[in-house]
Design a protein around this ligand. Structure first.
Ligand SMILES: Nc1ncnc2c1ncn2[C@@H]1O[C@H](COP(=O)(O)OP(=O)(O)O)[C@@H](O)[C@H]1O
Ligand SMILES: [Mg+2]
Length: 355
């Protein structure tokens, strides 16, 4: 798929702006603080519903204005779509797909497939497990609405369980009231865990291939999902989760939060058998992160039959020449929108100047 056109009204530093994109490589170029990332952010928001930079939607409204508006035109394999997003300073944002308002933001996810890459993503391998879980969740949610549904349910039940644990008074026994939540938590958790095992398995093949290229044929990358529950049928996973919730009851009460479940899981990443999260050099960790992101693109295309749109914010300047070249080669078949202050690569691009 590819984004054909974006129109902005009172979005960040743009009072009024229309930008046309082409199918291949698009380069948003200009000096610092001229609105390159802002433009990328508007596309990201149409794909994932929120901003990668701020948690409050209203921060994207042009200062002094009451609301911002994004209109995006998208071409998929067999049909075109439009996405309209109204961000209001006083009410919840409203979204319409093909002119039809949606009632829940989750309905937007998957319409415009996004793979986002900024210098923060280069830390994916080195960062805490939460970042790698986020990586899986964002990617899987775009590829499968049933995953997004299971994950939202899981998080909702988890939040209620944790709240109950927080308000526990000394000597109180929560076992019976927790049991109700735990059945649901294990069931939804099992769906999440099962999907993540499959994701990691598929990602592994693609990531290994890409890492071999990026490391000049030197390093073998392997990865696996690390979980409280071993891989298996959904029912088996749910049983293990139930059992572990039960066994950790005292501990959860003492710590006042839920200590087992997919919200604690991780992806283990090995280079030639060594855990690169802990023992990799900075260069190895960054290369492995790049391999994972490139693998994410391949997996997305494999699972949905559509290429996602790749957004690269200030990443080229962070990579050496060889890795820059590999990145642009590997992404030549999809729409890529990058920001940079200057563009000197050989690959031909549609240049969009912000100043
Ligand atoms: N809500 C907003 N309203 C108006 N201007 C904004 C808003 N948010 C950010 N800006 C401006 O946008 C500029 C940064 O844009 P950005 O896209 O991050 O720059 P860059 O081109 O370096 O990526 C800042 O100079 C800031 O003044
Ligand atoms: Mg920027």
């Amino acid at each position: 798929m590819f984004v054909k056109k974006v129109t902005l009204h009172n979005f960040r530093n743009y009072a009024e702006k229309t930008v046309c994109f082409t199918q291949g490589l698009n380069v948003i170029m200009g000096p610092n603080a001229t609105g390159k990332t802002n433009l990328l952010e508007s596309v990201y928001m149409c794909g994932l519903g929120g901003s990668p930079r701020v948690s409050r939607d209203k921060d994207v409204i042009l200062w002094g204005e009451k609301g911002a508006y994004i209109h995006l035109e998208l071409q998929k394999k067999f049909r075109a779509h439009t996405i309209d997003m109204y961000i209001d300073s006083r009410e919840k944002k409203r979204v319409a797909i093909d002119g039809i308002p949606i009632s829940r933001l989750s309905q937007l996810i998957g319409t415009l497939g996004i793979v986002f890459f900024s210098p923060d993503e280069l830390k994916l391998v080195k960062d805490a497990p939460a970042e790698r879980r986020r990586f899986m969740d964002v990617s899987l949610s775009q590829q499968s609405s049933s995953y997004l549904f299971a994950l939202s349910r899981y998080n909702a039940v988890l939040a209620r369980r944790n709240k109950l644990l927080k308000t526990l008074s000394p000597g109180e026994d929560l076992k019976n009231s927790l049991q109700v939540w735990d059945v649901q938590l294990a069931a939804e958790g099992a769906r999440v865990v099962k999907a993540r095992y499959a994701f990691a398995r598929e990602l592994k093949t693609f990531a290994a291939e890409r890492h071999l290229v990026l490391s000049g044929g030197k390093e073998n990358l392997s990865l696996a999902y690390e979980s409280d529950a071993p891989d298996g049928e959904e029912k088996q996973i749910a049983d293990v989760l139930s059992q572990k919730l039960f066994l950790n009851y005292e501990k959860d009460c003492a710590l006042q939060y839920t200590t087992v479940g997919p919200h604690k899981d991780d992806i283990k990443i090995l280079l030639d058998g060594v855990d690169v999260r802990k023992f990799g050099s900075q260069g190895q960790q960054r290369t492995a992160a790049l391999s994972l992101k490139l693998a994410e693109i391949a997996l997305f295309a494999d699972n949905t039959g559509e290429q996602p749109v790749l957004l690269l914010d200030d990443v080229l300047s962070e990579l050496d020449e060889g890795r820059r070249k590999t990145l642009l080669e590997q992404t030549s078949s999809l729409q890529t929108i990058i920001t940079c202050t200057e563009y000197e690569e050989e690959v031909e691009a549609n240049i969009i100047k912000t100043k």
